[in-house]
Write a protein that binds this ligand. Structure first.
Ligand code: NAD
Ligand SMILES: O=C(O)C(=O)C[C@@H](O)[C@H](O)[C@H](O)COP(=O)(O)O
Ligand code: ZN
Length: 383
């Protein structure tokens, strides 16, 4: 099977991480995995819609040609880049293609792209005929370790991030590390934020690995084979944690909330900035906010909060935000899915690797934590 992304590293056997969440599927991590796609689709699928942004055109064309060679009818849907893809209009555009091409319940969707493409394509699959099969081929670090893995799909609305969506586990996920060779450095670094998140909530070894190799990521993608091995290790460790959590609590009744560490503030920041910030960068600031909140509530030590700033800064992620947006941020945080009525709920740490919840914190505590991350404390305007 042709692979448009040129290999330049020693291939080794793929790693398969099983997820058991309403269905059982594998997240496969390795190199040059696209040949696995027909096996995942199986012989009952006749038609495949490949959903991808324009930047992944060459890869999508290659996959389409291979599927056609194998006897599938394969169509392409080109979606807008980044967060613009996660909209009702783009969803409707994909439904139109599926309708006009007579897709039935035995047909399938394939996503190729970052987390925005996998979120959108997953929701297309969840909603078409009330649910058809989807296979994700994530091409950003963030999508490999997080977005493509756990069956959360969705789009944004004018009122906020991911407000409409469904839990729709894929039939499989192919994390082809070769795709990362073309990923811009800042998108790679944004993916590190979700990896660091997993480190803080569940796997401190991840934090050691990231700290020890922080300087290496600065030259992405011109890095040593040894750093590629570290990246693979980080992907496998992160997917393993996410697979375990999602297998226990697909629909986020409790445990899964820990994967939302840093997201209450992070999503609010993204919305206030009209999605001009990368998701990973917003989550980075959101984790420092959550750490400060926990410290002010007497739950997290000064050292563990310092560790947040240290590791995020080391890889080039932001840890501060402008100080004059409190009113808008608070309103956006209220729409977080973890809220219950007017009560805000945060995932916080009691120590590294021990996540808990902070429910209905006092408004003065919320504002005090904001002051700790505000870029210019004198500019904090809480009104
Ligand atoms: N469903 C979930 O569980 C989950 C988890 C985490 C994040 N997310 C969502 O994921 C989104 C962020 O994903 P992202 O960081 O991947 O952003 P993204 O999808 O916007 O991709 C980042 C950029 O990289 C480009 N790109 C993708 N692959 C490339 C490649 N191999 N080479 C060159 N360029 C490439 C894209 O075109 C885009 O411009 C957010 O919408 C976030 O809410 C969802
Ligand atoms: O898988 C999850 O659960 C997560 O919360 C992972 C997050 O990194 C991701 O950004 C997710 O899309 C956020 O979900 P939301 O429910 O807060 O919209
Ligand atoms: Zn996230």
């Amino acid at each position: 099977m042709s692979d448009p992304i040129a290999p330049n590293h020693t291939p080794s056997a793929p790693t398969r991480i099983e997820v058991n969440a309403e269905r059982t599927y594998d997240v496969v991590v390795g190199r040059h995995l696209l040949g696995e796609l027909p096996g995942l689709l199986g012989s009952k699928v006749a038609k495949v819609l490949i959903i991808h942004p324009e930047s992944l055109e060459a890869t999508a064309q290659g996959v389409r040609e291979d599927l056609v060679e194998q006897g599938y009818e394969a169509l392409l849907a080109v979606i807008p880049d980044a967060e613009t893809a996660k909209s009702a209009q783009v969803l409707e555009f994909c439904w139109q293609i599926l309708g006009q091409a007579d897709f039935t319940r035995s047909d399938a969707i394939v996503s190729i792209g970052g987390g925005t493409a996998t979120d959108l394509a997953g929701f297309v699959a969840a909603t078409w005929l009330r649910g058809i099969s989807v296979i994700h081929i994530p091409t950003t670090l963030l999508a490999m370790v997080d977005a493509a893995v756990g069956g959360k799909t969705g789009i944004n609305t004018a009122e906020g991030k991911n407000l409409v969506g469904a839990f729709h586990p894929p039939a499989g996920v192919l994390c082809d590390l070769a795709a990362l060779e073309t990923l811009p450095k800042w998108d790679l670094i944004a993916g590190l934020a979700e990896i660091i998140k997993i480190g803080f909530i569940a796997d401190p070894v991840i934090l050691d690995l990231v700290s020890a190799n922080a300087h290496g990521f600065a030259n992405w993608p011109n890095v040593s084979d040894r750093l590629w091995d570290v990246v693979r290790d980080l992907v496998e460790r992160s997917v393993a944690v996410k697979a375990r959590v999602v297998s226990e609590d697909l629909r986020e009744s409790s445990l899964r909330e820990i994967l939302n560490y840093g997201h209450t503030f992070g999503h609010a920041l993204e919305q206030v900035e009209r999605y001009a910030w990368r998701h990973g960068a917003a989550v980075s600031v959101g984790m420092v906010y959550a750490a400060e909140l926990a410290r002010l509530a007497g739950r997290l030590s000064d050292e563990d909060v310092a560790k947040h700033r240290e590791i995020l800064t080391a890889v080039g992620l932001p840890i501060t935000y402008r100080g004059d947006k409190w009113k808008q941020l608070l309103a956006a945080m209220q729409r977080d899915k973890k809220s219950r009525g007017s009560m805000l709920r945060f995932v916080v740490l009691d120590s590294i690797g021990s996540p808990g919840r902070l429910e209905g914190p006092d408004p003065t505590l919320l504002a005090a934590a904001y002051a700790e991350i505000a870029r210019d404390e004198s500019a904090v305007a809480l009104g």
